[in-house]
Design a protein around this ligand. Structure first.
Ligand code: 0RQ
Length: 502
């Protein structure tokens, strides 16, 4: 479908994915598009992986590249490149099983950054020079400007920073995505930064298209493949209970005059529990809510459809096959209610603080004082990464963290004496929710928080042991601000590693 490539100069650079992959040298820093399985390049990474497989079979010096993206991608990118050991260093977020195992067996370096900060790090030169940007777009306009795809992520920055650009033009993406994007070009580095004039999630402050200097484009590859779509898991009992506690909390905050009846802009992580919360909101009395978030998932489409939600700002879609079908068939309805922005704007601390976002994200474990670990299993093994959770948790009006109270069939307590890794500190975490209940930590000292978290969130199987730990810490004769038994604080993790049971 060459009608997607309207720029005459760039239509002369059309080539196969294999030819384009030849243009990527060993050791290159490659900035790729892609965010939560949307808008990632679908052909060139696979062709490059094939090339790497051949070269590494022949040569002793391994061919590897550094891969920078928006966030997680898909098996066709992270999966294939990790499979052939083709990634030296990966940033800033991933959720691929092969990538994860390489990171955890030490054969891939991984840098896990707040998603809002990546582009300024690149701009500041902290990450080194970007050699090539490999970006999926929905089309190329006559003047060479680009119609972004189903995610924007860091694409603006990668296009600006890279010496050379390879474009994948995906005709499978809905042509009516055109006009849904808002690319903000007012970004600058200190000391020249200006306020970002966005005061409502519905505001448009930028351009519909990505500017792209045609002389930097070395290849254009045509594709027609769908985004990875995560299958939709219906809400289970635990998720529904967590959603119920959150809705009850919102209603009380409205009654107390601490939240308006339209709430405040919602940010929601992806997954089972956030989707259950969205379903719960949709079933409730709410109307005209807004979302200022990272990712549009199925639940948000449903809320837009019903009028519960009037507008959603994000940087990417992350839809199930049913969600994609619904969006494609009804894109005329959704077009003016969804705004896709680059991730340094969708997750911007200034904007999250100004708008007063209600942040809801998952946790792996929380400790009795309210520190949260979102990334590490037993302190050493990377799960996914911090993603945008820190951008929103620190800067939001309310920072809510959700999790089942146990993991691995009850062998692990999500509430522990001391977290084995800290992503969100006690200073940022305002509310913790498990199926057991909700701990509201606002205004509480560490010792007051311990009571709230143990009594409201811990599973009854682990509650007595947590109380025992806390009480012995209180009588340890050591500091009473945040009482701990240092020799025992991580013993639950140690026990799990040794026995498979905390
Ligand atoms: O693994 O399926 O192999 O059993 O972790 O856990 O409970 O299904 O929850 O899918 O919501 O993920 C924090 C990882 C939660 C996620 C985290 C195991 C558990 C299971 C998943 P199995 P659940 P979720 C916007 C915001 C950081 C990024 C973020 C996350 C698996 O929410 O990555 O917030 N957050 N982004 O068994 C050992 C524990 C465990 C544990 C859970 N204590 N010990 N294993 N698991 N707790 C999106 C973006 O930023 C892009």
């Amino acid at each position: 479908d060459t009608s997607r490539i309207l720029c005459p100069v760039l239509s002369q650079r059309i080539m196969s994915a294999e030819e384009a992959a030849e243009l990527i040298p060993a050791g290159a820093n490659v900035g790729m598009s892609g965010f939560t399985g949307a808008g990632y390049p679908k052909a060139v990474p696979g062709a490059l992986a094939e090339r790497i497989r051949h070269l590494n079979a022949e040569n002793t010096k391994p061919f590897r590249i550094n891969v920078w993206t928006g966030a997680s991608t898909a098996p066709e990118l992270d999966g294939v490149l990790a499979e052939v050991d083709g990634i030296e260093m990966r940033l800033p977020f991933q959720s691929d099983p092969i990538c994860r195992s390489r990171i955890n067996n030490g054969t891939m370096d991984y840098v896990d950054y707040h998603l809002s900060e990546v582009s300024q790090y690149a701009w500041s030169g902290f990450l080194g020079k970007m050699d090539i940007a490999l970006i999926e777009v929905a089309g190329i306009r006559e003047d060479g400007s680009l119609i972004p795809s189903s995610s924007i992520g860091n694409n603006k920055t990668w296009i600006e920073q890279a010496d050379k650009i390879i474009l994948e033009v995906n005709s499978r993406q809905n042509a009516k995505l055109e006009g849904m994007h808002d690319i903000y070009y007012g970004t600058a580095l200190p000391p020249n930064r200006k306020p970002i004039m966005l005061t409502d999630p519905a505001d448009r402050i930028g351009e519909q298209y990505l500017a792209c200097p045609p002389e930097k484009v070395i290849a254009v590859v045509e594709t027609a493949a769908p985004d990875r779509n995560s299958p939709f898991k219906p809400s289970d009992d635990v998720s529904k209970k967590i959603a119920g506690h959150i809705l009850e909390f919102f209603n009380r905050e409205i009654e107390l005059g601490r939240l308006p009846k339209e709430l405040l802009p919602i940010q929601s992580g992806v997954g089972n529990i956030p989707n259950a919360v969205l379903e719960g909101l949709d079933a409730g009395p709410y109307k005209g809510l807004t979302a200022f978030t990272e990712v549009i998932q199925d639940g948000m489409l449903k809320m837009l459809k019903s009028g519960t939600l009037k507008v959603a700002s994000a940087t990417a879609f992350s839809l199930s096959p049913d969600g994609i079908k619904e969006f494609d068939e009804n894109i005329d309805f959704y077009r003016d209610k969804i705004i896709l922005r680059q991730q340094d704007i969708s997750n911007h601390p200034e904007l999250a603080r100004r708008l007063g976002v209600i942040a809801m994200n998952g946790l792996i474990e929380a400790d009795i004082y309210g520190n949260v670990n979102s990334t590490h299993i037993m302190g050493t093994r990377m799960m996914n990464g911090i993603g945008g959770s820190g951008d929103f948790a620190r800067n939001g009006y309310l920072s809510i963290f959700v999790s089942p109270s146990t993991a691995k069939g009850g062998a692990i307590s999500a509430i522990v004496p001391m977290v084995s890794h800290v992503d969100h500190t006690e200073h940022d975490v305002k509310i913790i929710v498990t199926e057991q209940g909700l701990a509201d930590l606002r205004g509480l000292s560490p010792r007051q928080r311990a009571h709230e978290i143990i009594n409201n969130c811990a599973h009854p199987d682990f509650r007595p042991a947590l109380i025992d730990y806390y009480e012995r810490a209180l009588h340890s004769g050591r500091g009473m601000h945040t009482p701990h038994l240092l020799e025992e604080a991580l013993s639950w993790h140690q026990r799990y590693e040794e026995t498979g049971q905390m």
